[in-house]
Ligand binder design. Structure first.
Ligand SMILES: [Zn+2]
Length: 65
């Protein structure tokens, strides 16, 4: 989860498929999310807004631009 930004040098926003580290649920998260994103299944925090790219807390499975 530490270097996924390096794979996306463009500043444009995108969606990432994040796998919840707690329950394994996968869901789409907006990479520039301005609100905290939680898992639809267990409520674990999946993304935390930072003002720019959201901090992704789960495992990135795929990126959609
Ligand atoms: Zn979960």
């Amino acid at each position: 989860m530490s270097d996924w930004n390096k794979l996306i040098p463009k500043p444009s926003s995108s969606f990432v498929r994040v796998k919840c580290s707690k329950c394994g649920n996968e869901q789409l998260v907006f990479s520039n999310a301005v609100n905290k994103v939680t898992c639809n299944v267990c409520g674990e925090t999946l993304a935390t807004p930072t003002g720019g790219k959201a901090k992704i807390n789960g495992d990135i499975q795929a990126v959609f631009e």
